[in-house]
Structures are given as structure tokens and as C-alpha cells.
Design a protein around this ligand. Structure first.
Ligand SMILES: Cc1cc2nc3c(=O)[nH]c(=O)nc-3n(C[C@H](O)[C@H](O)[C@H](O)COP(=O)(O)O)c2cc1C
Ligand code: SF4
Length: 374
């Protein structure tokens, strides 16, 4: 099939939603919340206003913790309390006149890759005890694992109350549910883990089912999944990921974004790799293709897309969506520039300085070394 730039700008149905084109914004932590995980209006309005005006087809927000003990990083936002939903509501409402792109919250529990910052709310909520931040899946009690199911489902309900069009469950990058899926990290000897993949899929599938039950039919359920951990011999490999994807679809998932890696995979084999020439782009495309061969729902490929000819490659291979993070940090209007012929190459140099910004909210550190908001 001949692919040209117009091929990018076709709408794509994702369950009940419609991405206005094939370029989507991959979840990107904003570092723009207070100690309680409440979104800060000024930086969030800048980040999402720029994206909304910039022509991207669907926007996945940065990962939000579903419970205070599942925080991943400083200034991460939450959906663990009703106050979080209330704080998001006016921010999302203000974006609606700017774009028809669906707005999707990403839900996460960090697990061993997490830490606690601040004291609100306190760890070890007596109503639904979860272990302290940074606890590995292997050290959760049975009851604590059970408690994660309503934690995700309740966060999804809050996302809907806030005005999001759906949720993406974070099953990638070594956070708790990715930790659970991988034999590299899941060393439990009970029914939640060990060598049998069916055991390791049990918790993520139960969470998917619980979230789907709580989501209204007009809201979408997405996941981000590791197609590989790049950790032989026991990390996730594409065959196992593709089978997981098929089971996630059967449980009600409506779109799968295929990523990779965890803490010990290293920068060279992680989710956000350096890309300096077109041959280095699309470094996870084979993983997405392996998943797409097993499912009937839309699949998004993510990882190093920067130039239009390379963005067209997955579309030509039958994949539905191309997901961008860093390219949009530097140029939130990259999709509009492609569509109008003003650009065929993202300006991001993949220096990764926008990871773990020491001060201030998410921005391109090359263009804005100093915080944008006061
Ligand atoms: C600053 C920054 C923050 C990120 N935060 C998240 C996140 O919250 N959730 C997530 O799934 N991935 C996150 N990622 C990973 C990206 O979504 C994406 O998978 C990765 O950067 C590769 O895509 P890219 O080459 O287009 O940047 C983040 C990446 C960056 C650069
Ligand atoms: S800081 Fe570096 S990696 Fe991040 S958007 Fe800017 S150029 Fe790209």
C-alpha cells in the first residue's frame, strides 16, 4: 500500500473513542503536582494546552498513582483521592474547546520502582493497607495484592469523574503490574506468580476486569505493555507478551501500546533510547508487530519516532497508531507541523534531560534550561 503523509491523518476508533489521527501522545510524567499529588494549574495548563492545540490525535496523561504508597516520583500527580479528580476537572474542561482528541489518564502503582515523598496522605492507610513505597511485588501479602484491585478500579472511577475519556493501565517499564507479569521479577511461589505465566497474569487481568466493570461503556480501557523486558533468560519475550495481549483483549482492553524495559534493562535497552539517525528510530516496532498479530484491537507502537518516513512505516505494516513522547516534549505541535508540511523531522535530540528534571515542571531542557513557571 502506498503511504503518504495524509495516511497519518485518518481517525482511528479505540473502543468508544475516536483518535482524530494516528499520532498519539504517549504518557509523559509532568512533574507538575504538589506534595499531595494535586495537579498544579499553571504547568498542567501549559503542557496540555500546547498539546491540545498541536494537533495530536489522542492524549495520554502522565502516570498517576492509584494509591499514595504506589508513587513513582516526586511531583507525580495522583488519582487516589476524590480531591485529585476535583482538581483535574476544570483543567480538563478548559482543554475541550481546544481539541477533539480524547483525553486519557494513565493509572500506575510503582512497586519496587517507587518511593514516597511528602506526608499526605500517610502510608499504610488502615482502610486498605498497602506496603510502604518501594516494596517489591514479592513482598506483598495476599491481602495487599487483593487491595490493589479496588485501588485501580476506584482510581478509574475518579478519572471519569474528573472528565477523562478513558484510562490506560500501566503494565510496562517495571512498575508493579509489569513486575508481576515478568518472571524476571515475579518470584512468588503462590497463585500470583512463579514460572507459570497464567499465575503472573492473574493480578493484571483481575484489575482489567474490575476497571472494565466500573467504567461506563462510553469510556475506553487501554494498556501499555512491555513487548520485551530485554532481560534474558527470564524477562518477558514477544511470544509471551503477545499471548498476554490476547488475554487482555478478551478481558475488555480496547487498545494496547507496546513498550519495553525495566529498571535493570539499562538505558540502551530501555523504553526511551537515544536516536540520532533514521535507522535508530522505531526501535520497538517488531514488538508491536508481534502483539498486533495476536489481537483484533488497535495497537500503538512507541519508541524513537522522529521522521515522517519512519512514522509511515508501521502504518504501512498495518499498525493503527504511532505514539510519541519526547518529540512532543520539545514540539507539542509536531503533528500540526507534519500535516501542514512545515516539518518532516522532530527537533528532539533525545538527550533525555527531560527525565527527572530537578526543578520545575516538564519541558524541553535544551530550549528551557530554567523552569517555565515561577
Ligand atoms: C520525561 C518523560 C516522562 C515519561 N513518563 C512516562 C509515564 O508517565 N508513563 C509511561 O508509560 N511512560 C513514560 N515515559 C516513556 C514514554 O511514554 C515513551 O514510552 C518513551 O519515551 C519512548 O518514546 P519516545 O521515543 O517517543 O520518547 C516518559 C518519557 C519521558 C521522556
Ligand atoms: S530535553 Fe532532550 S530528550 Fe527531552 S525533549 Fe528536549 S531534546 Fe528531547
Amino acid at each position: 500500500m502506498h503511504m503518504n503523509v495524509e495516511s497519518i491523518f485518518h481517525p482511528v476508533a479505540i473502543g468508544p473513542l475516536t483518535a482524530t489521527n494516528r499520532l498519539i501522545r504517549s504518557a509523559t510524567g509532568e512533574a507538575a503536582a504538589d506534595l499531595a499529588g494535586l495537579p498544579l494549574a499553571a504547568p498542567m495548563s501549559r503542557i496540555y494546552g500546547d498539546l491540545a492545540r498541536g494537533g495530536v490525535g489522542l492524549i495520554i496523561f502522565g502516570h498517576a498513582f492509584v494509591h499514595a504508597n504506589g508513587r513513582a516520583s516526586a511531583r507525580q500527580s495522583g488519582l487516589s483521592a476524590d480531591a485529585h479528580a476535583a482538581a483535574w476537572k476544570p483543567l480538563l474542561a478548559a482543554l475541550r474547546p481546544l481539541t477533539r482528541a480524547p483525553l486519557v489518564a494513565q493509572l500506575n502503582y510503582a512497586g519496587r520502582q517507587g518511593y514516597f515523598r511528602g506526608a499526605v496522605p500517610a502510608p499504610n492507610d488502615p482502610a486498605a493497607p498497602l506496603p510502604p513505597p518501594g516494596t517489591a511485588l514479592n513482598d506483598f501479602t495476599d491481602k495487599q495484592l487483593e487491595n490493589l484491585i479496588p485501588a485501580f478500579a476506584d482510581a478509574a472511577v475518579r478519572a471519569v469523574a474528573a472528565g477523562f475519556d478513558g484510562v490506560q493501565l500501566h503494565l510496562a517499564h517495571g512498575y508493579l503490574l509489569s513486575e508481576c507479569l515478568s518472571a524476571h521479577t515475579n518470584k512468588r511461589s503462590d497463585s500470583w506468580g512463579g514460572p507459570d505465566p497464567a499465575n503472573r497474569r492473574r493480578l493484571p487481568l483481575k484489575i482489567v476486569e474490575a476497571v472494565r466493570r466500573k467504567l461506563p461503556a462510553d469510556k475506553a480501557l487501554l494498556v501499555k505493555l512491555n513487548g520485551s523486558d530485554f532481560l534474558p533468560p527470564d524477562g518477558i519475550e514477544p511470544d509471551e507478551a503477545a499471548e498476554t495481549a490476547a488475554q487482555l483483549e478478551a478481558a475488555g482492553v480496547q487498545m494496547i501500546e507496546v513498550s519495553c524495559g525495566m529498571m535493570e534493562s539499562g538505558a540502551g535497552l530501555g523504553a526511551a533510547r537515544p536516536v540520532h539517525q533514521p535507522e535508530e528510530e522505531a526501535y520497538l516496532l517488531p514488538l508491536a508487530t508481534a502483539v498486533a498479530a495476536r489481537v483484533h484491537i488497535p495497537v500503538a507502537t512507541v519508541g524513537g519516532y522522529k521522521t515522517t518516513p519512519v512514522i509511515l512505516r508501521p502504518i504501512g505494516e498495518g499498525l493503527d497508531l504511532v505514539s510519541l513522547s519526547r518529540a512532543l516534549v520539545r514540539e507539542p505541535d509536531f503533528p500540526a507541523k507534519i500535516q501542514s508540511g512545515r516539518s518532516h523531522e522532530a527537533r528532539c535530540i533525545s538527550c533525555n534531560k527531560c527525565f527527572g528534571i530537578p526543578e520545575g515542571a516538564l519541558r524541553c531542557m535544551v530550549d528551557h534550561p530554567q523552569p517555565i513557571e515561577a
